[in-house]
Design a protein around this ligand. Sequence first.
Ligand SMILES: N[C@@H](CCC(=O)N[C@@H](CS)C(=O)NCC(=O)O)C(=O)O
Length: 209
Amino acid sequence: MIVVHHLNNSRSQRILWLLEELGLPYEIKAYSRDAVTNLAPPELKTVHPLGKSPVISDGEKVISESGAITDYIIRKHGGGRLAPAPGSDAHEEYLQWLHFAEGSAMTPFLLALYTARLGEAAAPLTPRIQEQIGAHVAYFAGALGENDWLVGNELSGADIMMSFIAEIAVAQGLGTHFPNLAAYVQRLQARPAWVTAAGKTEAYSFDKR
Ligand SMILES: N[C@@H](CCC(=O)N[C@@H](CS)C(=O)NCC(=O)O)C(=O)O
């Protein structure tokens, strides 16, 4: 049985969504962010040295890092669902998005989050960070275009990984510039599997991340 070490309001939400899309049995071990620091509780470090979420265990195997978790679950338990056929061009495109979410797109958002704590001292960095947020989100929105889903217009792990970026972008007001991303967030959050996953956790919101 897969166990998801789930932190409220975190990237772990998309792993629950993935498991619900595949209809797999799983157990949630819930952790709550500290009310003052918003950090994960120290117990998460007993699961993985970095103490971050998501982390899953599947029998003896412990896997951290959302993209690796998504890839593992789809490969081992997906039965060919939620990923294009290995070896196809679409599969290469799928892998690109799987890595792009955490490898590229999250970086400027995290820089904005951390530098915001510097107040005025962050001013010299802010234009470049905002420009990079805009560039990454514009690239994503351009690739999605008028399609419902990113790769071959079928829901895949690529959408599950990129859902978090879309949600943050829209929560930060970028949905006005990229209405297709606003519609994408509405579309994915309306999926029965997403709704079921959300119902299994504390309220999911982007106010504090
Ligand atoms: N790249 C990692 C990032 C993991 C990560 O930073 N998770 C955040 C939640 S969104 C976390 O656990 N933060 C709590 C903390 O750092 O104490 C992944 O996608 O799995």
